[in-house]
Design a protein around this ligand. Sequence first.
Ligand code: SF4
Length: 764
Amino acid sequence: MPDDDPIRKPSPAAGGWGALRSVSRELLRSGKPVEGAKTLLTLNQSDGFDCPGCAWGDPEHGSSFEFCENGVKAVAWEATSARAGPEFFAAHTLSQLREWSDHDLEKQGRLTHPLRYDPASDRYEPIAWEDAFTQIAEALRALESPDQAEFYTSGRASNEAAFLYQLFVRLYGTNNFPDCSHMCHEASGVALTEAIGTGKGTVRLEDFERCDLIYCVGQNPGTNHPRMLKSLRDCVARGAQVCVFNTLKEKGLDRFSDPQNKLEMMRGGSEPTSTHYFRPRLGGDMAVFRGMSKCVLEAEDRAQAQGLPPVLDHAFIEAHTAGFSDWCAMVRATPWAQIEAQSGLSRAQIEAAATLYLRADRVITTWAMGITQHLHSVQTIREIASFMFLKGNIGREGAGLCPVRGHSNVQGDRTVGINEKAPAALLDALEAELGVPMPRTPGHNVAEAIGAMLAGEARAFIALGGNFARAVPDTPLIAQGFAKLDLTVSIATKLNTSHLLPGKVSFVLPCLGRTEIDRNTSGKRQLITVEDSMSMVHGSAGINLPASEHLRSEVRIIAGIAQAVLGNAVVDWTALSEDNDRIRDMIARVLPNFGDFNADVRRPRGFWLRNPAACREWHTPSQRANFALCDLREATEWQQIQGLENTFVLQTIRSHDQYNTTVYGMDDRYRGVFGARNVVFIHPDDIVGSDFAAGDLVDLIGCFDDGIHRECRGFHLVPYDIPLGCLAGYFPELNALVPHQIVGEGSFTPVSKSVIVRLRAHQG
Ligand code: SF4
């Protein structure tokens, strides 16, 4: 390990003084500590702006400080005084900038001017907005087919921007909508649609105050949804059970010190956020829930045999579900040996976790990427839903299914039409609204867009936010895909790696951030809206002056491109983008579920977008909630590596100083890593078993046999509390090891949580 050993004692608990130190550091680093602090007072407040971080909900009656440490990082990172203006781009070629780290690129600050790439000088140069729109339109119209263009969406895009984007893209003639959901919760959407008829969670924030038990599965809220820690802690404090299934021992799922609790802070105290903590192997969660279902059915058998009241909610099962008896037969036939081998937990441990379910009346199960980024994620989520049906834990108070989304509006974007396989009802409604046909051929998701780029079939890539080239698998290959493009356009707030992979013609268009005021030409302050993981739609309006007078809102930029490409014959883009209220009126006409959108969203905390499954209405082909007949896998990746030397199953994760591909800093204080990202977490016995020592520098070699050599060099081995045979390391650095062709069955999501790799002593 280098002299300044990055491995140090982790924080004793999540939150606490460490969070306050981090918050003050971020505000100071933004260069505007006073304005930054003022900005935070309107963060996640009814008349303020929505956090550009995760999609955790806002409490009905929240505090004046309704934010977490990572929310502050997201806001301070956006509201920085640093600027990446024309002089910066004049001083640096793209070839030079490609050597910079993700962190150093974004640290340059906010983009200030629309930019066009000049291949001759290998630099970005300022360009006038109208010229940019005209040249983008020429390039798009020059394509042989609209299907040669990929239109990517990051989950930060507002409902209004996303709706206008899908309107433009469909009128342009394609359904190619690769979006960030394809890399995160797509499996949740697919599985829940199959199981309960809607691709969203059924739980509301208040349900966390009324449940008896929470299963928190494959999720690290301490870093990715920090305000959830308060809900977990409050649950434990009032005697409810919180049972965690996570391969890694995560600090936030152990103890939380509430920075807003003065007494606790004074005494340096903290409270537990869980009551039970189990550590399945990577890819073992489906077997865990299969095992728990087996326990519940065995308990039902015992109750029947002893003439005791039933354990199962037979009324719910009979009235609301389909496939129960076949499912029971499959569960009963699943051998415990297979369950233990795949889960990595003993029968006794699974029985203990199931006993919590038997004792509880109202149960919530939450999950995130630890569940959704595997080959069998859809089947695993179906297994969770089936387990929850046994006692009717859905569609009633204090109970339900809760995929916790990582991006503030990833759910909203899908709701308003960012969907490569759009439901016919949406396309029919758009045709009725616009009087012109919509493209009906399903378009590309992320995996398909990557395939089209690598094959040279895609000729244009337009990104509404995000950092696609760093977020997706097979990083070196993707760079080659970008090089084949005729056109790349990025709508962004800050410079990132994807912008340094220009097509023959390339533009970077700087947009307003969430914290900034957006006024239309008549001076009216514009409101945008987002939808969180609990289906709450709420408004957001920035309070800070824009970082540059040249910035435009995402809505106006999309309207500018659309008008240049399509003209105003079908849609008057200028008029529509002049006032977001008009866009919301159109959304409400096309998606009636939005009701009186403009009025409802101006209510404090907005409104709940009705979720039929939360009301026990099942929009499935069977008109019922469906038990899932999914066999356990023959062998998980962990089972496949048994007996192979120095071979492991790797999961890519975020550090605590990171949000998606945005790296705010080099520390991961909850895991005891400081000032470094080239680390791999590994069980101490596996270090010894591989003839390495803690801190040794190793290379990771991808084991997927497709003729492509994948390796990441120079990572330090960090002893960590993780199951044998499993590794963890940060993305996007380790995305180069993830094969882009291996995607979740039904979800097409990269299998970033179960990548087979081999360790080799570092070759300098
Ligand atoms: S929990 Fe998520 S939404 Fe809330 S402040 Fe933190 S990052 Fe933002």
